[in-house]
Design a protein around this ligand. Structure first.
Ligand SMILES: [Zn+2]
Length: 378
């Protein structure tokens, strides 16, 4: 961090400090904290509506608040009764951060004028008992020196934390198969099987309905997809089998972020879908605010849609699903194995390849989201 930035931070902290100390100092002297309209009127009257430095009458629109002792690390003036005056704009500009006595001497054309002005100003300071003492200067100086260094240290710390996260993101995104698999592996087999999407529905337990034939076809197809996927990415899915269910037409496994899952499904419109279904079952069903875990995660991923899309290499649908708790990132392909059994092999091969891409690319993204979420709540 460049030195000027550190100086700006330190000055800001010092002004804040002196402002607060000024209020305490006012209260300590039995005065209302400086700053009301009454304050300005009282101080104007203290100098008979003239500029304390040049004694010219104050002209509306050309009047400024000025600190006799400047508010900076060297002079350590306070924004408090006895240090704030109303000066003409010219004097305010010319005096700048100079010592007020030095300035008054520079504009006084006679010794008498200089003595009178100094006497008036000193009487003003005495009236309010403005004499903060040298201890304040030591404390303020220490604050100025330390706060800059402390803030720089803190920012450096946060930058290195952010850099670690960013480098992790880059590494995971470009990394091979094995790390991506770790990312989406459910924490424990128990948790994975506890998820309804991963629950086993053996054909023998299925209810016999008129959709049974369709359901059996879907189930066989989805189980074949799962077997192929498990051969390609061992360790991602711990369920030994999966089922679409009777009359249902999807199968999914945990994605490693909240209750999100990677799913295959037969979608409406005679389409087959591979998706990351972002979900958080601790939230009520129905629309959730943009700040919810799911919608925030979706927004974070959507910000990276160009990079993610390039990584997956398929046309992606970014479905925020405003009426639902969940959001979806999906890719679609036309076809239905029940009505078109001849496309099953081709569709299956596409579905497995697409799922591998989803897991490899989105798995690491979810891991980063997890890290960020843990960081902000912990
Ligand atoms: Zn003046």
């Amino acid at each position: 961090m460049p030195a000027p930035t550190r100086g700006i931070i330190a000055n800001f902290a010092l002004r804040m400090f002196l402002g607060r100390v000024g209020q305490s100092y006012d209260r300590m002297r039995g005065l209302a904290p400086w700053g009301s309209r009454k304050s300005l009127k009282a101080v104007r009257d203290d100098f008979a509506a003239g500029c304390p430095y040049c004694e010219e009458p104050l002209v509306p629109g050309r009047v400024s608040e000025d600190h006799l002792v400047p508010i900076n690390k060297d002079a350590v003036g306070l924004h408090a009764w006895g240090n704030v005056v109303l000066a003409c704009s010219d004097c305010n500009t010319q005096k700048s951060s100079n010592d007020w006595r030095t300035y008054v001497r520079s504009i006084s054309t006679s010794e008498e004028a200089f003595a009178r002005r100094v006497s008036n100003i000193e009487a003003f300071q005495n009236k309010y008992g403005y004499a903060p003492g040298v201890g304040l200067r030591i404390v303020a100086r220490a604050l100025y020196d330390e706060v800059g260094a402390d803030v720089v240290r803190l920012v450096d710390l946060k930058v290195s934390a952010a850099e670690t996260l960013i480098s992790q993101l880059g590494r995971l995104t470009s990394e091979g198969v094995s790390r991506g698999v770790e990312t989406v592996q459910p924490r424990s087999p128990e948790k994975a099987t506890a998820h309804p999407l991963a629950s086993v529905k053996a054909p023998s337990n299925m209810k016999q309905t008129r959709d049974d034939s369709r359901g059996q076809t879907y189930l066989a197809f989805l189980e074949a997809l799962l077997d192929q996927f498990k051969a390609e990415r061992p360790g991602v899915v711990t369920a030994t089998t999966g089922g679409s269910g009777n009359g249902r037409s999807w199968f999914g496994f945990m994605a490693g972020y909240l209750h999100s899952s990677f799913n295959w499904s037969f979608a409406s419109g005679n389409r087959f879908r591979v998706e990351l279904y972002l979900d958080d079952r601790t939230l009520p069903a129905g629309p959730s605010p943009s700040t919810s875990s799911v919608k925030a995660a979706f927004a974070a991923l959507a910000e990276q849609r160009t990079r993610i899309g390039a990584g997956i290499g398929l046309d992606l649908a970014w479905e925020r699903l405003d009426n639902k708790r969940a959001s979806r990132i999906a890719t679609y392909r036309d076809g239905n194995v029940f009505d078109q059994p001849q496309i099953a092999d081709e569709l299956g091969s596409w579905a497995v390849t697409a799922m591998i891409k989803f897991v490899d690319v989105l798995g690491p993204e979810l891991r980063v989201l997890n890290a960020i979420t843990a960081g902000s709540t912990g």
